[in-house]
Design a binder for this molecule. Structure first.
Ligand code: ADP
Ligand code: MG
Length: 230
């Protein structure tokens, strides 16, 4: 049970762009303890999204090892990788990707039912999550009837619906105006801490990064631990 929620060892990823091989990740090492919330910072185009996709088993590294809760993903069959992802991982993106024809509640209930949870229990958890995000009076609304901040709050609840161990978030409030971003992010962090989740959260915003347990910075294909200024 002391396994890291996420462990990356010497992860490399390159992309062929025309004739050149672009080395985006050049040997990334990272370990995130259970319950630890880590900010991922770095200039645009340095590979933050690539690193999150690889950590989330949505893309494969060119070489190196990815362990989720102690299980090495590299040698697994596609089915087993998918199962590991469903069991342990939650995702939040810059855009909410909610299903437009379903209510907020249904958007949080459906992934639980796909995972085999009964409807009643799924609805109970969804309601609790949505209430925790300040959406008690919005659960019957469809995405188009919600503000941008509310849509993103629903997307966060959906990511937590199946009680993942590790949450991967790619600029989760990057689409929101600064004031809304601040509020949504505070609610997001509170919920992640309440649920005891580990998280890796890419952000451009140093104020948001400062609220997490620690910051790692991606630059020239490698991760550095950022030591906060005194
Ligand atoms: P960030 O999220 O930090 O802005 P990305 O991970 O999106 O960075 O991209 C890092 C670099 O990798 C960019 O130069 C991008 O063009 C390149 N890249 C990302 N995905 C692909 C892909 N599927 N094919 C080719 N190049 C890619
Ligand atoms: Mg990105």
């Amino acid at each position: 049970m002391n396994d890291a929620a996420l462990k990356l060892s010497n992860v490399k990823r390159s992309f062929r762009q025309g004739r050149v091989e672009l080395e985006v990740l050049r040997g990334v090492d990272l370990a995130i303890r259970p319950g630890e919330i880590v900010a991922l910072v770095g200039p645009s185009g340095t590979g933050k999204s690539t690193l999150l996709q690889i950590s989330g088993l949505l893309e494969k590294p060119t070489s190196g090892e990815v362990l989720i809760a102690g299980t090495s993903a590299g040698t697994l069959s596609d089915d087993k990788r998918t199962a590991l992802r469903r069991l342990h991982l939650g995702f939040v993106y810059q855009y909410h990707h909610l299903l437009p024809e379903f209510s907020a509640l249904e958007n949080v209930v459906l992934p639980q039912m796909i995972a085999g949870t009964g409807k009643g229990e799924a609805a109970k958890r969804a309601t609790r999550l949505l209430e925790g995000m300040g959406l008690a009076d919005r659960i019957k609304h469809r995405p188009a009837e919600l503000s941008g901040g509310e849509q993103q709050r629903v997307a966060i609840c959906r990511a937590l619906a199946n009680s993942p161990r590790l949450l991967l978030a790619d600029e989760p409030t990057g689409n929101l105006d600064p004031h809304t971003s601040d509020h949504v992010f505070a609610a997001f962090l509170r919920l992640v801490r309440e649920e005891g989740l580990a998280a890796l959260i890419a952000t451009h915003n140093p104020d948001l990064a400062a609220r997490m347990d620690r910051t790692v910075s991606l630059s020239e294909g490698r991760l550095r631990e950022s030591v906060p200024a005194e």
